[in-house]
Design a protein around this ligand. Structure first.
Ligand code: RP5
Length: 166
């Protein structure tokens, strides 16, 4: 059963989201990715949300650029948690998408991550799923521990470089 439905406004958004998809894979979470648009395919978006909920999807992640209303539109049609990713695109380079995604009316929340924040969206989805599933919660802790080890490694590399310069 698919746990996360990940919508994006265009396939041109995908390169910005690839690391997030990879992160969900690392965390063992099943994900379906789709191009759907609040403005350009409004009916298909609503139908997809309804069908996904009926099929057992637990969380929606929605990424869009410019006047990014995809996450809000999905939240309007769903009672599941919705995570919004503003994508840097167009002349305003993401600030438009951030403001369009984050400032929802009371009662219809979108948990908005930073511009192009696909990895945080994936980790947040896993954390939410982990509240009801011990094995996912454990995977999130392991993933974070591995991240810590990578940063420690980065520090070691920097120290070696600085000593080389001395
Ligand atoms: C938004 O417009 C999409 O999410 C994308 O960020 C941007 C450009 O879309 P395309 O013209 O590449 O389809 O709706």
């Amino acid at each position: 059963m698919t746990q996360v439905a990940w919508l994006m406004g265009s396939d041109s958004d995908y390169p910005k989201l690839e690391k997030g998809f990879q992160t969900l894979n690392e965390l063992g979470i099943s994900v379906e990715g789709r191009v759907l648009s609040a403005h350009r395919t409004p009916e298909q978006t609503r139908e997809f949300v309804t069908q996904s909920e009926a099929g057992g999807v637990k969380i929606f992640i929605c990424a869009a650029g410019m006047a990014a209303h995809l996450a809000g539109a999905v939240a309007a049609h769903s009672s599941r948690p919705v995570i919004g990713i503003p994508v840097a695109a167009g002349a305003l380079n993401g600030l438009d998408a951030l403001l369009s995604t984050v400032q929802m009316p009371p009662g219809v929340p979108v948990a908005t991550v930073g511009i192009d924040g696909s990895v945080n969206a994936a980790v947040l989805a896993a954390q939410i799923l982990g509240t009801g599933d011990e094995s996912i919660a454990k995977k999130v802790i392991e993933w974070r521990t591995a991240q810590t080890a990578k940063v420690v490694e980065k520090d070691k590399r920097l120290q070696q470089k600085l000593q080389g310069n001395g």
